[in-house]
Design a protein around this ligand. Structure first.
Ligand code: ZN
Length: 120
């Protein structure tokens, strides 16, 4: 029996939050490309990132900016992501490219520039 798109969606929907983002991160990371130029410059593009976004209003005033944090994987070996909803509780900013990051672990690799970071 062939696996259908709906089977995959149902499977991901039933995973815990951190398991779902970890699975999507691994699946999408293979699309990452890097172009190196003769003068040493480079471009990293086609980076598909998993993000948590927040947007809304408070006391009738709509926020003017959304909060966007990119999911970053741990670089430590043998660390399993927690399956609970509250597993993504480590946050910070990439020291190199300055994107906002979130993860289940304190020691992570930025999904954009691949720099190691320590979250709080
Ligand atoms: Zn970065």
């Amino acid at each position: 029996m062939a696996i259908t798109k709906n089977d995959i969606i149902q499977f991901i929907t039933n995973l815990g939050e951190t398991e779902a983002v970890e699975l999507c991160f691994d699946a999408l990371n293979s699309r990452r490309t890097k172009h190196q130029f003769e003068n040493g410059d480079f471009e990293i593009d086609d980076v598909f990132c998993i993000a948590q976004c927040s947007f809304g209003s408070f006391e009738g005033e709509v926020d003017k900016r959304a909060t966007i944090e990119l999911y970053a994987k741990s670089y430590r070996e043998n660390i399993s992501p927690p399956s609970t909803k509250y597993g993504l509780n480590q946050m910070g900013k990439c020291e190199f490219c300055k994107v906002e990051l979130m993860s289940y672990d304190k020691w992570v690799i930025c999904p954009v520039c691949e720099t190691k970071n320590e979250l709080t």
